[in-house]
Structures are given as C-alpha cells and as structure tokens.
Design a protein around this ligand. Structure first.
Ligand SMILES: [Zn+2]
Length: 326
C-alpha cells in the first residue's frame, strides 16, 4: 500500500486539497470556491474535500499519513490555530484548525500560513529546489510571503513572521487592509491593483481611454477586475499602465529590502496574478537589478514559481512529510 499526505490550501478565493506523495507529486486534487460566509462554512468545505479524498485514497489503496493545512491569516504553527484572519477571509480568527480537523479525522494535522506553505513547496519540488535560503512572494487577492533561512521556515515567536505583503514601501501611501499605509500589497496585489486603478479612473476622467470608457459605461467602476488592469495596459490605457508601473516599482523595492534583510540565494514569485501574466516576473527582475547593494542584490535570481496553483497543496503536505522525516 502506498502512502500520501493530504494537503489543504485555504485562500480567500478558493479552497483546494489533494493527495501528495513522498516526492511532492500530486495524485488527485480538487478545488472549490471559498464560501463567502467564512468561518464554519469554510470548515465544512474543508471536510467535504477531505471526505472525497479519503474515499479516493481508499479506492486506490493509499494510506493517508496525515493532513497538512496552509491557510490565509496569521497562524500559530505550534498550536495549529489561526490567530488572526486577513481582511480577505471572514470569520477566520481564533479557529483551532488542527484540533477541529484532528478530532474529525483522527489523523495527525499540521497547520501553517499559506505563504509559508507555498514557499516550502517551491523549495521541496519547484523553483527553489536545493536552496536553504529563499524568499517567496505569492501575489493573489493579497500578497503572501515566506522566508526559508538556514533550511528552515522562519516562524518568529509563534508563526506570525514573514507577512511580506505588508512590507511598507511608502509610508505616505494608501491605506492597506492591515491598518497600515503604503504596504506593497496595497499596490501590487490583485485587490491593490484594482483599487489603485479605480482611484485613477475616478480622479482623472479626461485620461480614461476609449477601451476603458466603453467597459465602464456598462459595468461601472465596481466592475473593474485585476485582469482588466493588465488587459487595458496592454491596449495602451495610460492609467492602467501607471497602475502597473507603480505595482512593479513597489514590488521591486520590497524585494530589494527583503534581499537586504535575509540574504537569500533565490526569490520566488508566484500566485494567481503572476500565473495569469507570465511577463510580470521578468519585468520585476529587471527593476530589481537597478536597486540596492549590488553585492547582495546582483547574485540573486528572481524567478517565477514553478508549481502554480498546486504549490499551496504540495507545501501544506510537506508540513507532515518533513515533520515525519519523510
Ligand atoms: Zn498592509
């Protein structure tokens, strides 16, 4: 009988789960939208996915060794508790995830932040394979992060370290979802890109391009999506171009600060926004080259994540495989 770990990835937009073998290979996975109600509805979605995967494992004579969970929010990794939710996921504070899932399944459960899980996956089986010092950024609805230093994920006192999306790149900048101002997330996350473009469209109506004007006439400002920022920039819309330019500048300064702080050998950039716009990482890398202390910054490749949407699930599973010495 072969063995797998169930990896679960809980994000603001979707919940994914899959069976992951000892090499980081994914053997069956599925994804559902994150219930908007948050809280118990998210837990119900997780239990439904676990139920499906348990049946699948049984059919294929796979023994489930444990369950690893990567979730949005600040996670007490030792206790397996979500201490504090992000603004993007409702009713997700003080959720004793490890206890709830452990009680229901009678399996070992480990929980960590989703940014940490995504980087662990890339170090295990992706773009940062073999690197003991790596920084990861996951650009989706928000921006998640992770830091591996000396071969270990950096947790801080209880697991809250590496909130890299909330690195401040402009203290006079726009209000961020975290309560601070000018965080990189406020410029370069999916949510931040949309907000910054909406501000420009509202403040500079004379500069709105025909392509944007036509869309806005039927959908309004609230209809602007992250994909539109990229599409309109590509079509020559000046406001979308400015928005993307600011996002790249914000990210480049954040990445340089991270290299100065952690002296990594690689920076991995992934997430839904990057997956949908592959040129984004090379544009970012070009900007980083011109900034910071060259002895630290120049040798560090800025690379796209390789595992895409699978990273969260694979990294979550690594929490069990690595703990067990696998
Ligand atoms: Zn912030």
């Amino acid at each position: 009988m072969s063995e797998c770990v169930v990896g679960v990835d809980i994000g603001a937009t979707k919940v994914a789960a899959g069976l992951v073998d000892e090499t980081g290979g994914l053997r069956g996975a599925l994804t559902v939208p994150t219930p908007e109600m948050g809280g118990e509805a998210v837990l119900k979605a997780v239990f439904d996915l676990l139920h499906y995967l348990a049946a699948r494992a049984q059919r294929h004579a796979i023994h489930i060794r444990g369950i690893g969970v990567g979730t949005a929010g600040q996670v007490d990794a030792e206790q397996g508790i979500v201490r504090s939710a992000t603004a993007n996921l409702r009713e997700w504070s003080q959720v004793p995830l490890a206890e709830r899932i452990g009680q229901a399944t009678r399996l070992p459960v480990r929980v960590d932040n989703d940014g940490n899980a995504a980087l662990l996956a890339e170090v295990w089986a992706g773009a940062a394979k073999g690197h003991g010092d790596a920084v990861g950024l996951t650009i989706g609805t928000g921006i998640g992060g992770g830091v591996v230093t000396g071969g270990r994920i950096l947790h801080g006192a209880w697991g809250g370290a590496a909130e890299l999306g909330h690195l401040c790149v402009n203290f006079r900048g726009p209000r961020c979802t975290c309560g601070s101002t000018g965080c990189v997330e406020a410029y370069a996350s999916g949510h931040g890109l949309v907000e910054r473009l909406q501000e420009r469209l509202a403040a500079q109506p004379a500069d709105v391009s025909p392509v944007a004007r036509e869309y806005l006439s039927s959908h309004g400002l609230d209809g602007v999506t992250t994909a539109m920022v990229f599409q309109w920039a590509e079509a020559g819309d000046a406001l979308a171009r400015e928005t993307l330019d600011d996002a790249l500048a914000a990210l480049a300064h954040a990445v340089v600060s991270l290299i100065h702080t952690f002296n990594p050998t690689v920076v991995v950039v992934g997430g839904g926004v990057v997956a949908a716009n592959p040129a984004f990482v090379s544009q970012l890398a070009a900007r980083v080259r011109g900034l910071g202390m060259s002895s630290l910054v120049q040798p560090v490749p800025i690379v796209p994540a390789q595992l895409g949407a699978r990273a969260g699930v694979i990294g979550a599973a690594s929490l069990i495989w690595w703990q067990c010495g696998g």
